[in-house]
Design a protein around this ligand. Structure first.
Ligand code: N01
Length: 547
């Protein structure tokens, strides 16, 4: 560690005597926050992170529910910035589970001496832009305050858990929790009557795992999902060596793909080959791990149209083959949304759970949940008595975690009000009237750390540039913001994630009652997004006001 890095970690108080001052304040110490601390310090900036949890790791700190694991290949998920880190960290499984992922992020925090820049158990309640000093003033719930010239909200895209506002929820006499706030000490489910509401990626992972130990399981399903086998396995010594030797190639493949995964679409149309050839490709990919089944498939499987429907039927039949009772099988087969319009959960024995005698699948679309009672869940048809009720009901994505912070820009404008109709940003990361603020959690989806590293590289370089040029403020013009919002709406309307009235997913905010239905992230591929940002920087931050 260089001396300059150590010096730059010290807060200074030259702007104000009553608060610590940092060049950059980062909210969050998850995957993005940790890398931001590392990178900004490398560039000689003082940086301080405030993290709500009492440990680092973000998603991998909070999501302790049984079964939680990657569905990106582990070696594509880790940071790429340090060859030493890549060579010394051994991923144990191809799709690593939460405990190991949390250990990894703690290892990174220790190896790069990041902890001294992180204040844990520090939920930021407000961030106000002081127009006289051109500084962000941050208040922590415990009364601590700090100032920073730049503010980065590395608060995650899926971190504000959503629990539906069911009547009677607090009258439930058993234990209940949301998957994203699973207690550190765990929940004893052994032999208990457990209910799970929700069958998205979290529910699918959780249900599969807890079905092994509960006494009885009731799954409350509103919409069945297309799920596909994860095919996880441990990484043997020889494979480990190959992975470590191949990191440059692995990251090259990720950098070239739309979602930053190590899979490449087949450039052929599914409809241009014979039905037999199509079937062979589907079957071959079905045996592969993780997302290969769709991201290495015929390119038009992921576009609305006949190829998409052809593959959807293939997946539906795979589900039917695995569930003994044809009536339950049909309940699990998705028919009301296109394959790929919602996130596809990867599973490891999910459908077989419904062959167990102690598992009951309840369709809450036809018989909706009316209320939670002291004993369990009451639907329009029946009451289900439970000892434990788990909400796998998802997240108020992207804007939810931003809205929990009272962020005020120029003239006291409130960010949550500005974003009430959907994020109003330029390139997903900056917003007019909120100088020196980088909302990195609203930029892109895909293989998260790959996108986060590229984004933080750009944001850090931008901050360094603004500092070197002695500007006080950088924020986008209202014109560039308007043009970006138009781009998100117009080009966003063409992609699979926004298609179909029934694809009520978090991608478009449609999972939260009353939330505006709008694409919450960029419609662009990861390479396109990087090119747009780089071009903007190369043109002296075209589209920005520099003051
Ligand atoms: O949340 P979801 P999630 N009554 O929104 C149901 C990432 N992730 O936490 O579909 C009854 O997908 C809702 O039903 P419906 C990944 O990006 C990654 O599972 O709206 N049910 C749905 O079934 C993922 O996409 C991993 O009809 C209600 C479920 O709750 C994202 O996180 C693992 C309801 C919510 O599904 C979110 O996944 C886990 C109600 N009132 C998560 N309200 C990895 O593998 C909601 N539901 C890395």
């Amino acid at each position: 560690m260089s001396t300059s890095q150590q010096t730059s970690s010290e807060p200074t108080t030259h702007y104000s005597s009553d608060m610590n001052y940092y060049d950059v304040i980062v909210i969050g110490a998850g995957v993005t926050g940790l890398y931001a601390i590392y990178k900004l310090r490398e560039l000689g900036l003082t940086v301080q992170s405030f993290e709500e949890g009492d440990g680092v790791g973000g998603t991998w700190y909070w999501n302790r529910y049984p079964g939680c694991r990657f569905d990106s290949e582990s070696y594509t998920y880790g940071y790429s910035f340090s060859e030493e880190l890549l060579q010394e960290w051994d991923w144990k499984e191809h799709y690593s589970a939460q405990p190991e992922n949390e250990r990894y992020l703690n290892y990174v925090a220790d190896k790069f001496d990041l902890r001294k820049h992180i204040r844990l158990s520090s939920r930021v309640s407000s961030a106000k832009f002081n127009e006289n000093e051109n500084l962000w003033e941050i208040s922590i719930e415990d009364g601590y305050k700090a100032k920073g010239k730049f503010l980065i909200t590395a608060v995650g895209i899926l971190s504000a858990g959503y629990v539906p506002n069911f009547e009677g929820i607090h009258s439930f006499q058993g234990t209940w929790c949301h998957t994203g706030r699973w207690p550190k000490e765990g929940i004893n489910l052994s032999g208990k009557r457990v209910g799970v509401i929700g069958t998205g990626a979290s529910g699918v992972q959780l249900i599969t795992e807890i079905a092994k130990e509960v006494g009885h399981l009731t799954v409350f399903q509103r919409t069945p999902n297309f799920c596909a086998p994860l095919r996880n396995s441990t990484i043997d010594a020889e494979t480990q060596k190959q992975i470590k030797a191949n990191y440059p190639e692995i990251f090259r493949m990720c950098s070239e793909s739309a979602g930053s995964f190590m899979h490449k679409f087949d450039p052929r149309s599914a409809m241009d080959v014979s039905a037999e050839e199509r079937r062979q490709q589907y079957e071959r990919l079905w045996l592969q791990g993780g997302f290969a089944k769709w991201l290495a498939n015929f390119y038009d499987v992921m576009l609305p149209g006949p190829a998409n429907e052809d593959y959807a039927e293939f997946v539906r039949n795979k589900i039917r083959e695995r569930v003994y009772d044809p009536i339950i099988a049909e309940m699990l087969v998705p028919k009301d949304h296109m394959f790929g319009s919602k996130r596809l959960p990867c599973e490891s024995g999910y459908y077989e759970v419904y062959n167990q005698e102690n598992v009951l699948l309840v369709d809450v679309k036809t018989a909706p949940i009316e209320r939670i009672t002291s004993k369990g869940v009451l639907t329009s048809e029946s009451e289900y008595e439970l000892d434990v009720l788990i909400f796998a009901t998802g997240y108020d994505a992207v804007t939810g975690s931003l809205n929990k912070i009272n962020i005020q820009g120029i003239g006291g404008e409130i960010l949550s009000e500005k974003f009430s109709g959907g994020p109003r940003t330029f390139m997903g990361v900056t917003s007019a009237g909120f100088p020196n603020l980088f909302t990195v959690n609203s930029a892109s989806v895909g293989n998260f750390p790959r996108a986060a590293e590229a984004l933080i590289d750009w944001v850090s370089k931008t901050i360094r540039w603004v500092q070197d040029k002695n500007y006080n403020r950088i924020h986008p013009t209202i014109e560039s913001e308007d043009a970006w919002v138009r781009h998100v709406n117009e080009d966003g309307a063409k992609i699979l994630r926004t298609q179909g009235a029934e694809a009520n997913s978090w991608y478009v905010g449609a999972n939260i009652p009353g939330k505006a239905r709008v694409l919450l992230t960029s419609p662009d591929s990861a390479p396109a997004m990087r090119a747009i940002r780089d071009e903007c920087a190369a043109k002296g931050y075209e589209g920005f006001v520099l003051e």
